[in-house]
Design a protein around this ligand. Sequence first.
Ligand SMILES: O=C(O)CCC(=O)C(=O)O
Length: 268
Amino acid sequence: MEARVPSALDDFLFDLNGYLVLKNAAGPDLLARLNAAFDDFPPLEYGEWWGNAMRRDYNGATGFELHNCVEAGAAFEELIDHPGWINYVRHYCGEENSYVAGLFIDECIASIRRSGGHHPVHSGGYQGALRGKYLYEHGLFRCGQCNIILALTDVGPGDGPTMVIPGSHKSNFPHPNAGNYANLDRMDNLEGAIPVHMKAGDALLFVDGLMHGGSSRTNDTGERRVTIFRYGVSWGSTRYGFEYSQALLDRLTPERRKLLQPIPPIRP
Ligand SMILES: O=C(O)CCC(=O)C(=O)O
């Protein structure tokens, strides 16, 4: 696949809304291999390691979330610099034209959500962390972090689609009804929020400073499967302290390795 490049319309819509849906970002062969890998995940408990990946659900409502999933097999390694989105994230959060141009993947998660699961609303421009900030200045995007949520299953009504509040990456006020993340308040009926429906293979790209979350999965059966890769500045660090194994770094192409270890350590 030829690596896609953001168009002028993409830039306009990303600036306006804070997100883009990249249709058919990943092809059927990769999707099949990722889904087969998901089928083979062991039944991990919260906090249990599987090699250098760990089940670490964000909260009690999100469902199974395998962190450091790039360590979970070759199919996940292909997502590191996937042509469906790599030029997009470089453009929006790769500090183009600067002395620190580049990217770092600071989190990567394989997520399975079943009936009743959801992810409460969070982020937004108001008092947002610099890490997830949206910035466009002097003709360049300077976002702190952009996320790629790749749908491995169709995610339609009832499937627990991600919800976003378009434009909220620039918001100067708190949402008066945004609920309480710690109380796991649901965002399903939050004013201004819209569900992002996707077909398997579509990818949702958004700046982390956008208000977002996962709506309730209301379907009784089946599961929503997505991967979440967070790309940020080359000088970032992983959020929870996960590290990429030397074995993984050693077997990657130089291009992929640079996305997991942009600045190799220097030692005496
Ligand atoms: O699970 C979802 O749909 C949203 C995930 C999310 O909010 C996040 O990764 O920050």
